[in-house]
Design a protein around this ligand. Structure first.
Ligand code: ZN
Length: 243
């Protein structure tokens, strides 16, 4: 079985379509939240994820904000502006799908969460210390998470030793046969590791391995759409920088 794992699509349909094409045939799609916010095509992104991932998607902080579940003043001004714009784009059917999403989703040996197990919507996991707090709450062997927009892999053993996370590069395959792991595929729609290409991961449970991938997409076209929609310049520019 091949599972496509995506996170932080953020309304970037061109990036999502590039990922779906580059992933090849997959049996499942799992989504780690923040389907919307920032990007120019929130409706289409919700529709694609509803179709491909169905219930195997968790709620992100931008998704929750667009539903009015968390206050917009927790976001920086440009994110807040984009969230207000995004809220106006969604129809009742898009809201209904986002409303149906849980904060955590457990499938056999895997937990899906947006931020962390300690604070599913909000906490970022960058460090071994932050990882250990989530390992302490983890009920499964593996956890896929998003929110930081940076690819990441860390075993519980390495976190206990205080080792830094692995920052997997494009095409890197890592076996996770033994022990427990926190894994972040990186962001589809707004990468923040200096590489502007869309990020995703392929999980193969029979082989117990995860492959990290990057794929280029037409960033200029998305930037033009964002400009036409009047979205903030900072959000437009950062797509080309990968930050
Ligand atoms: Zn995000």
């Amino acid at each position: 079985m091949r599972v496509l794992v995506v996170a932080d699509i953020h309304g970037n349909l061109a990036a999502l379509e590039a990922v779906l094409a580059a992933a090849g045939p997959v049996d499942r799609v799992w989504c780690l939240g923040d389907v919307i916010g920032y990007g120019p095509r929130p409706r289409e992104c919700v529709e694609r994820i509803r179709e491909y991932a169905g219930p195997a998607c968790v709620l992100g902080n931008h998704d929750a904000a667009c539903l009015g579940r968390i206050p917009l003043d927790g976001f920086n001004p440009v994110a807040r502006y984009a969230l207000r714009w995004t809220m106006l784009q969604l129809g009742p059917e898009h809201r209904a799908y986002l409303e149906s999403l849980p904060e955590q989703f457990i499938l056999h040996e895997v937990t899906l969460v947006h931020g962390s197990l300690r604070a599913p919507i909000w906490e970022y996991i960058f460090t071994p210390e932050q990882a250990l707090a989530s390992f302490a709450l983890l009920q499964t062997r593996l956890c896929f998470f998003g929110h930081t927009h940076v690819p990441f892999l860390l075993s519980e053993t390495a976190a206990h030793r205080g080792e830094p996370p692995v920052r997997p590069s494009d095409g890197e395959t890592i076996e996770v046969r033994d022990g427990r792991y926190l894994i972040n595929p990186g962001s589809v729609g707004q990468p923040r590791d200096g590489d502007p290409r869309a990020a995703f991961a392929i999980w193969e449970p029979e082989q117990q391995r995860v492959t990290f991938r990057r794929v280029p997409y037409n960033i200029e076209a998305v930037q033009a759409e964002m400009a036409a929609a009047g979205l903030p310049r900072l959000l437009i520019e950062r797509l080309a920088l990968g930050y």
